[in-house]
Design a protein around this ligand. Structure first.
Ligand code: UT7
Length: 331
C-alpha cells in the first residue's frame, strides 16, 4: 500500500471474545427468582425469546477486565501486539466508572503507552456497529491505521431482579475486533441511525448527582415497543446498506444481527429472504449482551469455522436511544 495516500479500505484482521465462567440456565435463574417470589419458567423464556442461558460476571470483575480478555484474543488472532494499535473504541453502557472511559482503562491494562486515542462509545445495543463505522471512517481518513473495537457489558449489574419482564433477558460478556487499513475490502458500507424521541422505551434513567445516585439506576424496557421498532428498522437498514454497497440479499453469506430475541432475528432474515441457516444465533447461550452481542457472535462463528475468509457478512445493531445501524463487510 502507498503510505502517502489514505487507505481505501478497512478489514477485520482478527476477532476475540470473553464470556464469564458463571453460566445460568433458565432453570437456574427461575429457581433464584422463585426464592424472591418471582415466577418465570424455562418454557416462557425459550418460547418468547429463544434464550436458554446467560453468563454473569463474578463480583469484582469489571467491564474492562472482560474487554481485556476479548482484546487479547483479537490481537492474537490478528498477529499483532498491543502497541501496534493506534485507536481504541469501547462500546459499552456499563463502564467501570463515570469517568475516565473504559477504553482508557483498557489501554492501561493492555500496556499501551504511546498515547493513541481511546474513547468509549455510547449507543447501547447498537454500540459495536457504531464503533465499527467510526473506526472505519478514521482509518480511511488516515487518522488511524489499526483499531481495536470492543463491545463489553455487565448488564447483570443494572438489572432489576424483581422485574421478570427484563431480568431474564440479559447477560454479560465482551467481544473485540482488530481493524486495519487495507488495499482490499473490507468494510463495504455502513449506516447509523438514531431517533431520540424513543429515549423512554429502553433506558436506565438514573444518574450520579450531588454525591449520590439520583433516579432509578436499573434497566427499564417497554418490550413490545422495542420489538415493533426493531423489526421495522432492521429490515430497512439492511436494504439500504446493501444498496449503498451495490450488493443484493443474495450476496449475504451470514447475517449477524444483535442477539436480543430469536423471533426478531428470524423476522429480519425472513424479510431479507435469507434461509435460517445463514443466521448466526448465540442469543440462546449468551442472552442479550447489548453492545457485546454482535462481536461475541462474530467471534464464535469465526472460531467454530462457520464464517470463513472471503464471506460477506451483514452485521445489524438495534437498541436504546433508539439507535440502529448496519455494516456490510467482506470478512
Ligand atoms: O437489546 C435491546 C433490544 N431489546 C429487545 O429486542 C427486546 C424486544 N422485546 C421482546 O423481546 C419481547 O417484547 C419480550 C421478550 C420482552 C416480551 O415478550 P412478549 O411476547 O412481548 O410478552 P409480553 O410483554 O406481552 O408479556 C406476555 C405475558 C404477560 O402476562 P399477561 O399480562 O399476558 O398475563 C407478562 O406478564 O408474559 C408475562 N411475562 C412473563 N411470564 C413468565 C413477562 N415476562 C415473563 C417472564 N416469565 N419472565
Amino acid at each position: 500500500m502507498n503510505s502517502a495516500s489514505p487507505p481505501r479500505h478497512t478489514r477485520i484482521a482478527g476477532t476475540g471474545s470473553h464470556l464469564p465462567p458463571r453460566r445460568l440456565s433458565n432453570d437456574d435463574l427461575a429457581r433464584q427468582l422463585a426464592a424472591q417470589g418471582i415466577e418465570t419458567s424455562d418454557q416462557w423464556i425459550v418460547e418468547r425469546t429463544g434464550i436458554r442461558a446467560r453468563h454473569f460476571a463474578a463480583d469484582g470483575v469489571a467491564c474492562s477486565d472482560m474487554a481485556l480478555d476479548a482484546a487479547r484474543h483479537a490481537l492474537e488472532a490478528a498477529a499483532c501486539k498491543p502497541e501496534d494499535v493506534d485507536l481504541i473504541i469501547v462500546a459499552t453502557s456499563t463502564p467501570d466508572m463515570v469517568f475516565p472511559s473504559t477504553a482508557c482503562i483498557l489501554q492501561a491494562k493492555l500496556g499501551i503507552v504511546h498515547g493513541c486515542a481511546a474513547f468509549d462509545l455510547q449507543a447501547v445495543c447498537s454500540g459495536f456497529v457504531y464503533g465499527l463505522s467510526v473506526a472505519d471512517a478514521m482509518i480511511r481518513s488516515g487518522a488511524a491505521r489499526r483499531a481495536l473495537v470492543v463491545g463489553a457489558e455487565i448488564f447483570s449489574r443494572i438489572l432489576d431482579f424483581t422485574d421478570r419482564t427484563t431480568c431474564v433477558l440479559f447477560g454479560d460478556g465482551a467481544g473485540a475486533v482488530v481493524l486495519e487499513a487495507s488495499d482490499a475490502p473490507g468494510l463495504l458500507a455502513s449506516e447509523l441511525h438514531a431517533d431520540g424521541r424513543h429515549v423512554g422505551i429502553l433506558c436506565v434513567p438514573g444518574t450520579v448527582a450531588g454525591g449520590r445516585v439520583s433516579g432509578d439506576p436499573l434497566l427499564k424496557m417497554d418490550g413490545q415497543a422495542v420489538f415493533k421498532l426493531a423489526v421495522g428498522v432492521l429490515g430497512d437498514v439492511a436494504r439500504s446498506v446493501l444498496e449503498k454497497a451495490g450488493r443484493s440479499e443474495a450476496d449475504i453469506d451470514w447475517l449477524i444481527p444483535h442477539q436480543a430475541n430469536l423471533r426478531i432475528m428470524q423476522g429480519t432474515a425472513r424479510r431479507l429472504k435469507l434461509p435460517m441457516d445463514k443466521l448466526i444465533v448465540t442469543v440462546d447461550e449468551h442472552g442479550n449482551t447489548s453492545a457485546a452481542s454482535i462481536p461475541l457472535a462474530l467471534d464464535h462463528a469465526v472460531r467454530s469455522g462457520r464464517v470463513a475468509r472471503g464471506d460477506t457478512l451483514l452485521l445489524e445493531g438495534v437498541g436504546g436511544g433508539f439507535t440502529w445501524g448496519a455494516v456490510l463487510l467482506d470478512y
